[in-house]
Ligand binder design. Structure first.
Ligand code: CS2
Length: 494
């Protein structure tokens, strides 16, 4: 076991080769989630079964993580916080670092390099360029359109979107023909199939040659994965806690809960780390696990965040400690989402829900409602329309799903004159300005909700269900005129 430059702390994953040229994994999206999830399972796998599986990791735009990580030779700590106390591991699994927006050509060259065997993606929901309107490639997005125009031009410069970069990288790799796997690690449903579809549509729309399309179809796999670990943003206190525990200064730590789950479809034509020896589950039922995760954890998580923020609760545990929020959340899980899930044979779903209620009560983690409530326009399309449509098509009104949408609107695109409070004002969303514009000029909360839904921000099909639109409008009216508790009580009676 090696020693970290951070001090004299034993390293996890240190038996990996030090030679960056032999690192088998490219990773896009060097945020806290990847560093506390896939990187940990990969380090554990390499510890159990050494191999050429180091990671060359690229951040999206910012150097905020890359610079301190580079100063520490890629090494950083993962602080685990639970009722049982705090502990930390120091990870040594990243062999190269970069920033996609600064060096797109390097990313393309890395993807083309036959020494790289697979690519993991943790770019959050927005990174997949899926249109909430059509479910296909988001050609309404200016960034995506710019990439398509660039790819069609005589002398393409470089793509700026993740899907554009992947398409360019795989086109370059088609020349050697070396097989490859692209493994999405985000909360996106049918993530593997979705990623394949977006990349293929990008290649088709940009007029890519037949060789690239054939290569992607025949030699690139897009395995599915369910990823699960609560990883709040790093704060200055994280470094202080690591220093107190390990006696070393770390400028790039991450913090996470103890729980971690990674279910992966086993389809890697160029090989993979022994992830099953690093705590992951290899399974042929990943889409079912994804449904469990999106509908039992993520969707209800959003509801806790929005109701909590409207009730001025700064953290998820503080919000979930409110009986009425816990009751609304459990009603969403048991009455609306669970009945729409085709459960995996090996999962004890009641155990998962029981664990989850403890995970949401983790005060040591202090996950902020503003963090979970941010980017709703990217996240809710994965969390609400499918279960809501299942009920609506069967003639049932999903009141708690409607409450989730109404509470999101109240926090992030509130009707004129309504102040959602400090916690909700701290939520950010890339689509906030556009949504505000869509609803500008409406005079009642019900009309406000109707205008927002009609814009297709969740799904065009859902917006066509008037009974759902009316219910969101009614709940938004109660939310802004009486309050979140009254709106939750109203939804529970429906
Ligand atoms: C959360 C997730 O912020 C959110 O949208 O629902 O990040 C959640 O914490 C993770 O998916 C847990 O695995």
């Amino acid at each position: 076991m090696g020693r970290s430059r951070l001090g004299t702390v034993p390293l996890l994953g240190a038996s990996a080769p030090e030679d960056p040229a032999r690192a088998g994994i490219i990773h896009l999206g060097l945020g806290a989630f990847h560093r506390a999830h896939a990187a940990v399972h990969t380090a554990l796998a390499m510890q159990a079964e050494p191999g050429d599986w180091g990671i060359v990791g690229f951040a999206h735009r910012s150097r905020r993580v890359v610079d301190p990580m580079a100063r520490q030779d890629g090494v950083y700590s993962v602080l685990e916080l639970s009722e049982a106390g705090a502990r930390a591991d120091v990870l040594n699994v990243h062999r190269g670092l970069g920033v996609m927006a600064e060096e797109p050509q390097r990313v393309i060259a890395e993807i083309a390099d036959p020494a790289r065997k697979l690519l993991t993606l943790a770019v959050s929901e927005g990174g997949y360029s899926v249109s909430p309107r059509t479910g296909g490639l988001d050609v309404d997005s200016p960034a995506l359109r710019a990439d398509l125009d660039d790819a069609r031009s005589e002398n393409p410069a470089a793509p700026r979107t993740v899907i554009g970069l992947l398409a360019a990288g795989l086109t370059a790799r088609a020349r050697s023909g070396a097989p490859f796997a692209v493994l999405p690690c985000d909360n996106v449903s049918a993530a593997g199939r979705t990623t394949r579809r977006m990349v293929t549509e990008f290649l088709q729309l940009s007029g890519a040659d037949e060789d690239a399309l054939t290569f992607v179809r025949e030699h690139v796999s897009f395995p599915d994965a369910m990823v699960d670990r609560i990883v709040p943003a790093t704060t200055p206190a994280t470094s202080a806690q690591v220093a107190a525990l390990l006696g070393v200064q770390d400028d790039a730590p991450v913090r996470a809960e103890q729980f971690s789950m990674w279910v992966i479809e086993d389809d890697f034509p160029a090989g993979r780390p022994a992830w099953e020896r690093g705590g992951a589950i290899m399974s042929s039922e990943v889409e079912k696990y994804e449904q469990v995760k999106l509908r039992i954890l993520n969707g209800p998580h959003s509801l806790i965040a929005y109701l909590g923020a409207l009730d001025d609760r700064p953290t998820i545990p503080a919000a979930f400690a409110e009986d009425w929020i816990a009751e609304a959340t459990l009603a969403l899980i048991h009455h609306e989402n669970l009945p729409t899930i085709d459960l995996p044979a090996d999962l004890d779903v009641n155990g998962y829900i029981e664990d989850l209620t403890h995970r949401w009560r983790n005060h040591d983690l202090g996950h902020r409602t503003a963090q979970v409530g941010s980017d709703g326009s990217m996240r809710l399309p994965q969390r609400v329309p499918t279960p809501a449509l299942t009920h609506l098509r069967a003639g049932r009104l999903p009141a708690m799903l409607a409450l989730t949408v109404a509470a999101w609107f109240a926090c992030v695109v509130p009707p004129a004159g309504f102040d959602p409070g400090e916690q909700a004002r701290a939520m950010t969303d890339p689509d906030q300005a556009r949504l505000q514009e869509v609803a500008a000029g409406t005079t009642t909360p019900a009309a406000h909700a109707r205008a927002l839904l009609a814009s297709g921000c969740l799904s065009t099909e859902l917006a066509a269900h008037e009974e759902f639109t009316d219910l969101v409008g009614a709940l938004l009216t109660t939310l802004v005129s009486v309050g979140p508790r009254a709106a939750a009580a109203e939804a529970l009676t429906l």
